[in-house]
Design a binder for this molecule. Structure first.
Ligand code: SF4
Length: 392
């Protein structure tokens, strides 16, 4: 209900471009079941269950896997007018999450309350992921991935298999990077502020100076750059990728961190298709623990440099033409303080917050605007302030 909660000037004056012009990659591509792929040399595999390797089926499959992996535990009773049940668990546990995706965190930079509603009401979030603008963005990403690597379907039989797929892909990509080649859809993961975080880097390659470059593709519905608020969220995203990737190649990731956060069993035998594929690409393993040791060893001794440059390429969806490329400078202090702030919500150290009144324009394109209690309370505040000013 829009009513007269915030002045039209506040709500309408600013240009909205969130939903109509930018296509954030669906979170699921970042998560545990995100599509991963295989070069034509068959050096890595994909965890798609029995999914068809087409653009739409791929996304659908990813959805299903992610939902089963990280079962949500919605608190919301399905109506904005009903109060949420009181729950003493921290948000991470309340939502049944063992880890966060990088996009969970970068979306928090846009509106934290929106992320929470997305988890409480996953059917609405899924509808959003199904809209043509979002799907078109996913297809463009897949097309780019297929330019350099094949996607091979592999049956997975356990949660450990799901992670094995990610790790086999990573092992292959480490080899390509060491050989000076470009990789796309590189899985990154690790612990940040006590929370396990998982992401997928769009592209890593060496530039003409021989420096390692991290590239992120953002597709847009209009041939324009995004707003400053969106850019800020994109900058946070690529900066977190850099943090995770560098911790991995510096050997800072360890076995206990992975098994503790993800509740994975090292003694779990890997599924038959995983074993066949691992053997094909030269790894002799039996259990998930074998693969974990192998991955950590390879990461520790990998001869891969740190990321020198981060770039975000904005691409027009209609014809895949490039709108422009932005170079992002890595501001470590800023990224770490943002992470500290956002993770404090997941750890139950503070309540979720919505947008500031100056950014109320974001609410106009929000799927949860009608039920948002934050927005209602801010609107009431604004109304009272206006009344007080009129009485003076
Ligand atoms: Fe955030 Fe506004 Fe949406 Fe509420 S209505 S979730 S404050 S964007």
């Amino acid at each position: 209900m829009m009513q007269r909660e915030l002045s039209d000037a506040e709500l309408l004056a600013l240009d909205l471009d969130l939903f109509s012009t930018d296509c954030e990659r669906p979170e699921l591509c970042e998560g545990d079941a995100g599509h991963t792929s295989n070069r034509s040399t068959e050096s890595c595999c994909t965890g798609q269950g029995t999914a068809e390797v087409t653009c739409s089926a791929n996304e659908q499959s990813s959805n299903q896997q992610n939902v089963s992996e990280q079962e949500s535990d919605p608190l919301c009773e399905g109506s904005s007018t009903k109060r949420r049940k009181w729950d003493a668990r921290i948000p991470l546990e309340r939502f049944g999450r063992k880890y966060l995706s990088v996009t969970d965190l970068s979306r928090q930079a846009w509106c934290e309350q929106q992320v929470v509603y997305g988890m409480e009401l996953p059917h609405i979030q899924q509808l959003r992921d199904e809209v043509p603008v979002v799907k078109a963005g996913s297809c463009l990403h897949l097309a780019r991935e297929l330019e350099v690597q094949d996607v091979v379907p592999i049956n997975v039989e356990s949660r450990e298999d799901n992670w094995a797929v990610k790790m086999l892909n990573l092992l292959s990509m480490i080899q390509f990077l060491q050989a000076g080649e470009l990789v796309r859809e590189l899985p990154v993961f690790g612990e940040l502020e006590g929370i396990f975080v998982v992401g997928v880097v769009d592209e890593l390659c060496y530039n003409s100076k021989g420096e390692l470059e991290l590239r992120e593709l953002k597709t847009r519905g209009q041939r324009t750059y995004p707003s400053a608020a969106q850019k800020r969220s994109h900058h946070l995203q690529v900066s977190i990728y850099k943090l995770l990737f560098e911790a991995m190649i510096k050997g800072q990731l360890n076995k206990d961190t992975i098994t503790h956060h993800l509740h994975l069993r090292t003694e779990q035998p890997l599924g038959s298709e995983i074993l066949v594929h691992a053997q094909k690409v030269g790894f002799t393993i039996n259990t998930f623990g074998d693969l974990l040791d192998l991955m950590l060893l390879n990461l520790t001794y990998a001869d891969i440099p740190s990321v020198d440059t981060m770039k975000i390429e904005y691409c027009y969806q209609a014809d895949a033409s490039v709108i422009g490329t932005e170079v992002v400078s890595f501001e470590e202090e800023w990224v770490k303080s943002e992470l500290k702030h956002y993770s404090s919500f997941w750890k139950g150290q503070r309540e979720a917050t919505g947008v500031d009144i100056e950014e109320a324009w974001k609410c106009r394109s929000c799927d949860f605007a009608d039920i948002c209690e934050w927005r209602q309370s801010k609107a009431e505040e604004a109304t009272q302030k206006n009344r007080a000013n009129q009485c003076k």
